[in-house]
Design a protein around this ligand. Structure first.
Ligand code: CTP
Ligand code: CA
Length: 223
């Protein structure tokens, strides 16, 4: 448990948070997306802002209001999210990538709406750039980089592999096996793993409380 000796422990720190899904356009009216609501990332942005940090939120399409005093930069696709995050990354002390970025995007986006026909159609997809891994390669000793992992099987091992592979300081594991945890709802259950391999398991709580737990661990890492 953390006790803050002052109310703005992160004053002077620049923070970058990514949140929400990305939408990958198939044609002018259709996209490939996922069920991310953005709630977890928005709550983290809000928690870190409340601790005095200057927070930029790079957000995919969500239905959420901008948290008070947070700078919001809206994007749609994984490529746009990469470009926006790359800009803010350089001057960020703390980076939390909670967005559910599409792993694949259509090779081609049709300029006109695709008309239906009597045959099956195929959409060829190519891999997107892994934003978190890209930032992990650029990370300096002064920066704290936090990633998420969404797993449906072999969760701990997969999360630990991601932490190493992407050069993270912390990874927040969202286990889809737990009831009440995941994309859409207001609650979540996470496990946070650090570079040394230390594992902290948290109980089921509101996304706001989970955000405060994550923010407290990040703050502890700063001092
Ligand atoms: N991530 C990212 N850019 C991508 C894909 C993922 O920055 N193109 C980030 C997410 O924001 C998250 C972390 O990587 O912080 C893990 O995402 P996840 O989907 O769990 O893992 P992947 O590395 O994409 O692997 P897989 O989906 O195969 O499990
Ligand atoms: Ca993925």
């Amino acid at each position: 448990q953390q006790f803050f000796h002052n109310s703005s422990p992160l004053k002077g720190k620049n923070v970058l948070v990514s949140a929400g899904p990305t939408h990958e356009a198939i044609d002018p009216v259709r996209f490939i997306g996922n069920h991310s609501s953005g709630k977890m990332g928005y709550a983290i942005a809000s928690a870190l802002q409340s601790m005095g940090a200057t927070v930029t939120l790079v957000s995919g399409p969500t239905q959420l209001p901008t948290p008070p005093e947070v700078n919001r930069h809206d994007v749609t696709s994984a490529q746009e999210m990469l470009e926006a995050c790359s800009i803010y990354f350089e001057k960020s002390d703390i980076i939390v990538m909670s967005a559910a970025v599409a792993d694949y995007t259509p090779v081609e986006t049709a300029i006109q709406k695709i008309k239906k026909s009597d045959t099956n159609i195929e959409i060829t997809l190519k891999k997107t750039t892994d934003i978190l891994a890209t930032l992990g390669k650029r990370k300096t000793d002064k920066q704290t980089l936090v990633g998420f992992a969404l797993e449906t099987e072999n969760a701990l091992q997969n999360a630990q592999d991601k932490l190493k592979r992407k050069n993270l300081d912390y990874i927040v594991l969202n286990s889809m096996q737990d009831e009440g945890a995941g994309f859409a709802g207001d609650t979540n259950k996470v496990t946070i793993i650090d570079r040394s391999g230390e594992i902290k398991e948290f109980g089921l709580k509101s996304k706001k409380e989970v955000a405060n737990d994550i923010a407290a661990i990040i703050n502890f890492h700063q001092v």
